[in-house]
Design a protein around this ligand. Structure first.
Ligand code: ZN
Length: 171
């Protein structure tokens, strides 16, 4: 498997809307496996294809907390129902390292998607899983979790990230 490089905010590709996957071919399957590997290597709980520079509607995640790996791949995920009840979680993002902020989102969601074998499915997510899938679907629509923050906080984080990117380039 190949370790993919993760785009860091700010990057224009992270603001783009990703396109639907029409054919789950070998290239898409390899992308999913490489994304799962990359997510684990960075100790992330979710990763969306645009974060690795591929503007396709593919998400991988694993929010299990029992030490067992249980990766889930969602192709063309779509929220078909979300709860009125909301929950707050401290979110982070592999494209915005070292930043964590509390974000309010629906506590549970019902998601329609296609799995890696091309089978249409619908799953109910709650807790961290629900937050994670909403965060990842936002990526497919060019939206970052910091877009939920006020403009002052957001521009502060963006400035910090620009500085961080310059520093890692120097190394
Ligand atoms: Zn993210």
């Amino acid at each position: 498997m190949t370790e993919l490089s993760i785009l860091l905010h700010p990057d224009p590709r992270l603001k783009k809307i990703s396109i639907q996957v029409t054919n789950i071919d070998e290239r898409i399957k390899k992308l999913c496996l490489d994304m799962i590997d990359t997510m684990y290597n960075h100790s992330g709980v979710g990763l969306a294809a645009p974060q690795v520079g591929v503007l396709k509607r593919v998400v991988v995640m694993d929010c299990s907390d029992d030490g067992e790996k249980s990766p889930v791949t969602l192709i063309n995920p779509e929220i078909v129902w979300s709860s009125e009840e909301v929950s707050k979680f401290e979110e982070g993002c592999l494209s915005i390292p070292h930043i964590r902020e509390e974000i309010k989102r629906p506590s549970s969601v019902q998601v329609k998607f296609t799995d890696i074998c091309g089978i249409s499915k619908e799953s109910y997510f709650k807790g961290l899983w629900a937050t994670c899938i909403q965060h990842e679907i936002d990526h497919l629509n060019g939206k970052l979790f910091i877009d939920y923050l006020g403009p002052i906080k957001r521009s502060f984080i963006t400035k910090k990230m620009k500085k961080y990117k310059k520093e890692i380039i120097k190394k």
